[in-house]
Design a protein around this ligand. Sequence first.
Ligand SMILES: [Zn+2]
Ligand SMILES: [Zn+2]
Length: 415
Amino acid sequence: MAIKAIRGFKDVLPQDSTRWQQLESTARDIFNTYGLKEIRTPVLEKTEIFARGIGEHTDIVEKEMYTFEDRNGDSLTLRPEATAGIIRSVIEHKLYAASPFLKLFTMGPMFRHERPQKGRLRQFHQINVELFGSASPLPDAECIAMAWQILRSFTDAKLLLEINSLGCPKCRPLHREALVQYLTNAKDQLCEDCQRRADTNPLRVFDCKNEECHRIMRQAPLVKHYHCVDCATHLGQVLDFLELMDIPFVQNGYLVRGLDYYVRTTFEIKSPDLGAQSTVAAGGRYDGLVKMLGGPDLPGVGMAVGVERLLLLTPEAEQEGIDLFVAALGREARETVTPWIAEWRRQGLAVEMTWDDKSLKAQMKQADRSGAGLVIIVGENEIDEEEAILRDMETKEQENIPFDAVVNRVLEIFE
Ligand SMILES: [Zn+2]
Ligand SMILES: [Zn+2]
């Protein structure tokens, strides 16, 4: 029996890879305009990084990580998100020493053992941005702007940007206290998971999909009612900058995100067209995380775009044809055209020829499939006459060109 890919792991097939490339290059172009540099970190890290970075009591760390012992008995984990590994690298290489600000992006696969469904895979891909070194509201707004720009340049679907602030170590404990009190009173009505979360990680209860929990949380105390002056000012300024950048948003006091490390700004960009898994991009501020992972007290803010979900909202890419197809009949003809093709390719033309002995009819069929606008035909007659046939696939017009002129003639056409 043939072996299939692992459940929740998906191939990107040739007919789809064009859109991936377009998305990646659009994102790179956008990041260039913001002065970002690329960082590439390993997909495998010590488990500790994620347990400490994401939080022991998050769904990700409790249930979703691909964690295993390697042959040395070290506990390793396939990264479930990008931030913790990037921070590990920033600290390890002291990247903060060279410049007060670090503007980084990365792209690649992340791994979470969740139940696969539409828009949710176990190996999924993200485009990530991490901006370190400033506690100002401007990097928050720039982060959101980059996410928005990438999404908008790839889809016409309806997008909704929701923003919240989770407060800071000064004001957050006050909210937590009120929330824990509220949850304790409502405990019998919460689902089993949330009864546990009420003690370990009360904010998570806002994320519960259970209808009863959802109803109860509608009345729960919100962080925004406990914001200190600095947090309120910060949020206000982020929103001001977004307005100045002409990015539409709504405030959502219930938005908390599934990661422990967020402080202040947190955001999601959703599309109602996606159904249950509607979040296409998300992120937030994580001041304190670099320090917690053993580095200096470097503030940071980041975002991630979900590649698969964004592509679900994107119309299929048109398949681009090659420039030129060469139909050569027989060994002598193939040898005649080989140096021509080599030269055309050196000049940057996309050229294909048939590898095997095929009839002219079969080769013309292949030429058609290749999407080439022009075909060069060299058969026995052409060898005798030392003239190649140049055929325009659209107009069906043909012309004969002497062998010694054919290379330049084709280059002229594509100049
Ligand atoms: Zn605060
Ligand atoms: Zn619940």
